[in-house]
Design a protein around this ligand. Sequence first.
Ligand code: HEC
Ligand code: HEC
Ligand code: HEC
Ligand code: HEC
Length: 197
Amino acid sequence: MSSIFKKLLAHWKLVLGLAISLFVFSVSVGISGAYVLAYTSTEEFCVSCHEMSYNFAEYKGTIHDTNRTGVRAICTDCHVPHTPGPLVWAKIKASRDLFYTYISPSIDTKEKFEAKRAVMAQRVWKEMKSSDSHECRSCHRADKMSVDLQSAKAQARHAKAKVDGKTCIDCHFGIAHHEPDGPGPSELFGNTAKPAP
Ligand code: HEC
Ligand code: HEC
Ligand code: HEC
Ligand code: HEC
């Protein structure tokens, strides 16, 4: 028997105590982490800051807020990745928003918000282009769309989109908020999406 093991055996109460504390500690970190994650994924949380920054008001009444079936897309559905790695990274990056809220407010007046809108919109587009509109596709599966039920215009455009390697955000931008001034996603970033299989 190794001497380390003998020592551990001699102090078994301490070892057991430490093991139990470690277990309780990790469970509580896990639980509070889950609460933080759940709370920061609610509409209320996002709106608590973005109420005064107009994005909420613009989103209200759009097809993703209210529609025939009542199935909605809330802020986090479109803006927060659904896979664990990118999700945690997005939460870390969001701490920048704390700085721009409490230390150096960047969108607290209508004027400041409008001045920064295009910059922010372009950041969102860039992410959506590079993820091939991952967030949109978590609800809208191109392979599950009943093409015959779509308008003739939609059918034609979607068929062309596959050939041209365009992604959802290339055509469907400004759908939840007002469109910013200046160039759109395709003009800015080109057709970088891989043609859909
Ligand atoms: C503590 C206040 C606060 C909360 C809570 C908050 N935001 Fe923000 N958000 C900001 C500020 C401030 C900015 C502007 C950052 C800047 O000036 O670069 C911003 C910018 C953004 C942008 C622009 C994208 C970008 O990269 O600039 C998006 C999208 C966004 N927030 C979505 C959300 C969503 C979704 C939630 C809920 C999960 C959320 N925000 C919660 C304060 C907040
Ligand atoms: C949480 C799920 C969800 C997400 C995420 C989502 N959508 Fe939707 N989308 C819906 C629902 C539900 C409808 C309404 C369907 C209906 O009632 O016809 C809809 C409707 C639409 C429509 C039809 C608009 C119209 O006027 O008929 C377009 C276009 C669309 N979404 C594009 C997008 C794009 C682009 C994204 C990503 C930026 C996205 N959606 C993200 C659920 C989602
Ligand atoms: C090349 C541009 C283009 C691309 C890329 C594109 N769409 Fe569309 N989409 C359109 C047009 C145009 C319409 C028809 C709009 C209309 O009738 O006013 C449409 C309509 C729709 C509709 C409503 C269908 C209906 O009949 O009511 C949905 C939902 C939709 N698109 C989702 C998506 C999603 C999700 C993606 C990405 C997988 C996507 N689109 C990619 C151009 C595009
Ligand atoms: C259907 C998907 C969708 C939903 C739901 C959504 N957004 Fe957005 N958001 C976008 C897209 C796409 C952009 C990029 C600019 C554009 O195309 O309008 C954007 C841009 C933004 C920006 C940058 C400034 C601007 O106006 O472009 C902020 C801030 C933002 N969203 C916050 C929110 C908040 C807060 C909510 C919930 C109240 C929300 N978004 C709901 C898709 C969405």
